[in-house]
Design a protein around this ligand. Structure first.
Ligand SMILES: [Zn+2]
Length: 223
């Protein structure tokens, strides 16, 4: 029986797809991983990662448990984090990238980069506080963007980008042709998480009028 060109094409696609699945299952056995969730497959696509597997829950919880000890999270914050769902792609690699799915109470990270984990946990922490405090936070970040105290130059630099945007970052959807920043977008949650990972949880680096938004998330390190 001769196959038409189209049928041949379909057959080779099926073959490739089958191989992808079989390879995926081999990976599960080899790496102690589990099949990736729908959310993880979606995230992999955004990261250009072709993996079909992710870390098992027990390993993810253990990794986050160690992260909670490496950074000065408050006890209350850790207790809240332990109520959330957590997923990680590959903890053997120091990959950045992650997502917070508010509707699923899910913190998801691509790999073992602390900065990404702190960032996504901060989104999660800010979620129940947004309604009440979004406007106040954005006003404080406007203040920080104008703060010239050299003690706060790291967060102040970030705040300037968040508030004023970045003429070097092209954005075809923006009326100015460049990224206009987070204030025009009303993006309090990205400001909150961005500053948090920008200082890697060291709230000494924040002026008092910004620090107050982070004091339930991080203890101030004394050293
Ligand atoms: Zn973010």
């Amino acid at each position: 029986m001769r196959l038409t060109f189209r049928e041949q094409g379909l057959k080779s696609i099926f073959k490739m797809e089958r191989r992808r699945r079989v390879d995926g299952l081999k990976e599960v056995i080899a790496g102690g991983k589990v099949l990736a969730s729908g959310n993880m497959l979606w995230a992999y696509k955004t990261w250009g990662d072709k993996s079909l597997v992710m870390e098992p829950e027990i390993k993810v919880k253990k990794w986050f448990g160690e992260l909670f000890n490496r950074y000065p999270f408050t006890e209350d914050a850790v207790a809240y984090f332990r109520t959330l769902n957590m997923e990680a792609g590959d903890l053997s690699r120091n990959l950045g990238g992650g997502y917070w799915y508010a509707d699923k109470k899910l913190v998801q990270i691509h790999g073992a980069q602390d900065e990404a984990a702190i960032h996504e946990l901060s989104h999660a922490f800010w979620e129940p506080r947004r309604n009440k405090s979004a406007k106040d936070l954005m006003a404080a970040v406007v203040g920080l963007s104008k703060d010239t105290d050299p003690c706060y130059h790291v967060p102040s630099y970030l705040a300037k980008l968040y508030i004023n945007g970045d003429p070097n970052q092209q954005d075809p959807n923006s009326p100015t042709g460049y990224w206009r920043g987070m204030l025009v977008e009303g993006n309090d949650t990205e400001m909150y998480a961005g500053l948090s990972s920008g200082i890697m949880g060291d709230i000494k680096k924040l002026p008092p009028y910004v620090k107050l938004f982070y004091q339930e998330l991080f203890n101030e390190k004394l050293s």
